[in-house]
Write a protein that binds this ligand. Structure first.
Ligand SMILES: [Fe+2]
Length: 135
């Protein structure tokens, strides 16, 4: 069973961003599966790299939209993104040191990201962008 399933309830209505949110959900499901199969240590390096790339293109997309239309909550939203970027960098460092058991920390972190960021903070910008053109 998948840990998370993307549904229309968490659609932001901007195709690129919704596709990227689906991607994040697929990353967490992959990590969860790997952990169940006791293969997390084999995939965690790749997953952290994917997450690091993800923060660049995905937060970049959101933040460009915020700047383009001067989204009123853009500064606080960007500050939250920065926390995710820093946390991933920290996980990458810990993984380089071959620290054991970080997969569960990464999984918890992703659960928090999806439930508190995507499902709450990102949802706040949906009404603001609903009548705007985002490329
Ligand atoms: Fe966001």
């Amino acid at each position: 069973m998948k840990l998370f399933e993307w549904t229309k309830k968490i659609a932001v209505g901007i195709d690129t961003i919704d596709e990227q949110h689906k991607k994040l959900i697929s990353i967490i499901n992959d990590l969860n599966e790997a952990m169940k199969a006791r293969k997390a240590s084999e995939v965690i390096g790749n997953i952290l790299q994917e997450l690091s790339d993800y923060t660049v293109y995905h937060f970049g997309n959101e933040e460009r939209a915020f700047d383009k239309y001067n989204y009123p909550k853009k500064e606080e939203h960007k500050a939250l993104h920065k926390i995710y970027v820093d946390k991933i960098a920290e996980f990458i460092e810990r993984n380089k040191k071959s620290e054991l058991g970080i997969s569960i920390n990464v999984l918890d972190f992703l659960i928090d990201w999806i439930t508190n960021h995507i499902m709450k903070i990102d949802m706040q910008y949906v009404p603001f962008f609903s009548d705007k053109e985002i490329g």
